[in-house]
Ligand binder design. Structure first.
Ligand code: NOJ
Length: 549
């Protein structure tokens, strides 16, 4: 089928269904809630929704632990609700992209339940279920670590001496892609949703699906141990190319991959072998935390944010750009200013995101400048990764759990992104009208919310709307080449050009005025300050698009 490549023209908005809008007042966001907000999204100017998982799941990892790929979690509604969402979205020319979580399934999935009946089960080889080593098979099959810390293997209670692999939490069992039947199952899942009319998939930890060996890795690595045998392996590229030729080519659709740990060659291989249409890189997320031990915060430096992003702008023809998602803390807390220049900095971040080459992904709440939850606590923490990492950190450092959580909370507690969407200053921020919510609301909703910002022309939300419109109408921003001018600790400048038109983007990532030395013949066409600025004195957190004459 001919591909429209519409994903190159549209802005994507990620919805975290549990926390978007609760239409039936049971404390959980739901599909009908999402449908009720389609006009809001249309008005915002977005053209694609990425839905985090809505499938049947015990929700140990908030839906990234799927127990049934072809049914909707009753918490979110029914298949009829989903079909209705698709229909209503289509009416508004909004496309829907699903989350495809195929590295692992929940241990509640029927395949897993069957598999652990023993080696004779036809599902046994769907997973990595291996005998332990040593006397009576008491030792784990290898020394790999889970990405959520701790061993990557867990005992199978029903099969003495056997363990199953879980690269994430211990109820997320890794699927075995060496088994042809697993590949066939995934192809069926892809067809099922594509036949319904979804426009593609965001592929969860997709570069980890192929384990080329189960050898021990270097023991001193405290996290990512095993990575060299499971990240970016040949078998993964081949499997994805098969999905493309055997299924995806029959539909107008696209794939965006979540691909941690990459380099230029691997990135280009994804695109050249048509495994993915674009991917998320994870190099820039260390701008405010240690790369070696990410639970340690470090002072934000714009160069550490911008340089990796620019590197990817130059290294690949197309990429998925983002500053936030459901796994990241809020961007204004991390890269902006929560004080005097809160609004300017939130607008700067949006202008940065929306003027890069590639497809921009906005995460729910980012468009209103949602901040981290100031009242997050271990007691109320829902994020399984934050909880397990707190345990491990506490064991390693001998700090008590509360003190350990303080580190985790400032750097990797994913709950900050998962508090209910702040729609208004009604009870629970307008997320529902009841008293209950699955996760505590962020009290910040009293000031930061959609209703306030819709009625304020100078709000962050109004800025996003104008900027998205500007982008949607601009071939330079949608199709133009990228060229870096320079990146300093404070000032960043780059060009986008298409045919005979060039824009220069200038950003000031600091709360001080700075001088821009090289003044070209440029005209300000879009900015987060009302007045035309003097480039000799760029105001704090200024962000502007200039037309080069
Ligand atoms: C990445 C997802 O974004 C995250 O939320 C999840 O915990 C892991 N993959 C495991 O599926």
């Amino acid at each position: 089928m001919k591909q429209s490549n519409e994903f190159k023209n549209r802005v994507v908005y990620q919805i975290y269904p549990s926390s978007f809008c609760d239409s039936n007042n049971d404390g959980w966001g739901d599909i009908n809630g999402i449908t009720s907000k389609l006009d809001y999204l249309k008005d915002l100017g977005i053209g694609i929704i990425w839905l985090s998982p809505v499938y049947v799941s015990p929700m140990d990892d908030m839906g990234y632990d799927i127990a049934d790929y072809k049914n909707i979690n009753p918490r979110f509604g029914t298949m009829e609700d989903f079909d209705n969402l698709l229909k209503e979205a289509e009416k508004r020319d909004i496309k829907i992209v699903m989350d495809l979580v195929i590295n692992h399934t929940s241990t509640e999935h029927k395949w897993f339940k069957e598999a652990i009946k023993g080696p004779e089960s036809e599902y046994f080889d769907y997973y990595y279920i291996k005998e332990g080593k040593g006397k009576k098979h008491k030792k784990l099959p290898n020394n790999w670590q889970s990405c959520f810390t701790g061993d990557a293997w867990k005992k199978v209670d029903s099969l003495p001496g056997y363990y199953y692999m879980h690269l994430f939490c211990d109820t997320q069992a890794d699927l075995n892609y060496h088994n042809e039947k697993v590949i066939e199952e995934v192809k069926e899942i892809l067809k099922f949703w594509l036949d319904k009319g979804v426009y593609g998939f965001r592929c969860d930890v997709i570069n980890n699906i192929w384990k080329s060996s189960l050898k021990n890795d270097f023991p001193l690595m405290i996290y990512n141990r095993g990575l060299k045998y499971y990240a970016n392996q040949d078998g993964m590229f081949k499997t994805l190319t098969r999905f493309r030729t055997e299924v995806l080519d029959n539909y107008d659709c696209f794939l965006v991959g979540e691909t941690g740990v990459l380099n230029k060659e691997v990135g280009n291989r994804f695109l050249n072998e048509r495994c993915l249409d674009m991917f998320f890189e994870f190099d820039h997320i260390y701008a405010d935390k240690s790369k070696l031990i990410p639970v340690f915060k470090r002072k934000f430096d714009a160069r550490r944010l911008v340089k990796p992003i620019f590197k990817w702008q130059k290294d690949v023809p197309w990429i998925a750009n983002y500053l936030e998602n459901h796994d990241q803390l809020r961007s204004v807390n991390r890269y902006g200013n929560t004080g005097k220049y809160y609004k300017e900095s939130a607008k700067l971040l949006s202008l940065f995101l929306l003027t890069l080459k590639g497809t921009p992904f906005i995460y729910q709440g980012e468009e209103i400048g949602t901040l981290n939850n100031p009242n997050a606590s271990l007691k109320n923490c829902k994020d399984i990764a934050a909880i397990t990492t707190t345990d491990t950190f506490s064991k390693l450092t001998k700090l008590n759990k509360e003190k350990s959580f303080k580190f985790i909370n400032e750097t990797i507690n994913r709950d900050h992104a998962r508090t209910p969407m702040q729609w208004s200053n009604d009870v629970n921020g307008g997320f529902n009208s009841g008293t209950e919510t699955w996760i505590n609301v962020n009290e910040g909703y009293k000031n930061i919310n959609v209703a306030n910002e819709l009625s304020d022309e100078k709000s962050i939300l109004s800025f996003y709307k104008k900027l998205i419109k500007f982008r949607n109408e601009s071939d330079v921003l949608k199709k133009g080449d990228f060229k870096e001018e320079f990146v300093s600790k404070y000032i960043v400048s780059y060009f986008r050009s298409f045919e005979d038109k060039t824009y220069q983007i200038i950003l000031n990532f600091s709360d001080k005025k700075h001088q821009f030395n090289e003044v070209l013949n440029i005209k300000q066409v879009f900015a987060n300050y009302d007045e035309e600025i003097n480039l000799k004195e760029i105001p704090p957190y200024f962000a502007g698009i200039f037309e080069v004459k």
